[in-house]
Write a protein that binds this ligand. Structure first.
Ligand SMILES: [Zn+2]
Length: 239
């Protein structure tokens, strides 16, 4: 990583290094010139502790992950979460349709419905991200600042890791509830908001506004798609 690209996890000050290697096996953690605390205390921590702190939405843990590591699994994580979400939607769809014959050929031809659910989940995620980025871009332009979309998008995708909580719902099949999904969504949105705060070093109000705006836009598009689907089904049944 290039010098100056690290950040102090406590005060967000730029730092050239996280530790200094004295070549005889002695490492010394760099102390921040601004707050006089270790630049990144997490480099000594176990990944499990870092994950727990990230789950608790601690801003220091988010700064460590987003600025001081080179994690590049955001796209893989995104596809994995979309697959889980698509499966759950598909399972709900199958549960709402009566089909008692397991050998029914329709069971196999319904595979395309899974891909449709995946595409729908991907579209909703894209709309959410576009809504959030647009609000942040507008707010930053009004304040005379510039916005880099790549780190913001990476932060949004990484901070959506809470969607892996959908895995238990997949494992235990239909033993889930709308309340469970709502809590997972709330957790993911909280993480998204914290990630935006870390990347832009902005106020909590702006990050919450951006997340709520993205959520509203996503909900609106989802409702519009549902209405379109119902209308098209009504039209086809009339033919
Ligand atoms: Zn500092």
């Amino acid at each position: 990583m290039a010098p100056g690209l690290f950040k102090c996890v406590e005060c967000n000050e730029d730092a050239n290094e996280l530790h200094r290697d004295y070549s005889n096996g002695i490492l010394k953690i760099t102390i921040c010139s601004s707050c006089k605390k270790p630049v990144d205390k997490y480099i000594e921590y176990d990944p499990v502790i870092i994950l727990i702190d990230a789950t608790l939405c601690k801003i220091q843990a988010f700064r460590h992950i987003l600025f001081n590591t080179e994690i590049n699994i955001h796209w893989k994580l995104c596809v994995f979460c979309l697959l889980c979400e698509a499966y759950l939607r598909w399972a709900l769809l199958q549960g709402s349709q009566s089909n008692d014959d397991p050998a029914d050929i329709i069971r196999y031809t319904k595979e395309w419905e899974f891909y449709c659910m995946f595409a729908l989940a991907a579209l909703e995620l894209a709309v959410f991200c576009i809504g959030v980025l647009f609000i942040l871009w507008t707010a930053q332009c009004c304040s005379g600042s510039s916005v880099e979309f790549t780190p913001l998008l990476k932060a949004l995708l990484l901070s959506s890791y809470g969607k892996v909580l959908l895995i238990p719902a997949v494992i235990w099949e239909h033993n889930f509830s709308p309340l469970c999904f709502s809590l997972i969504r709330l957790f993911v949105l909280t993480s998204n908001s914290q990630a935006i705060r870390v990347i832009l070093n902005c106020s909590r109000r702006l990050s919450l506004l951006a997340v709520c705006g993205g959520l509203l836009l996503e909900t609106w598009v989802a409702q519009a798609l549902k209405t379109l689907q119902v209308c098209s089904q009504d039209y086809l049944s009339m033919l």
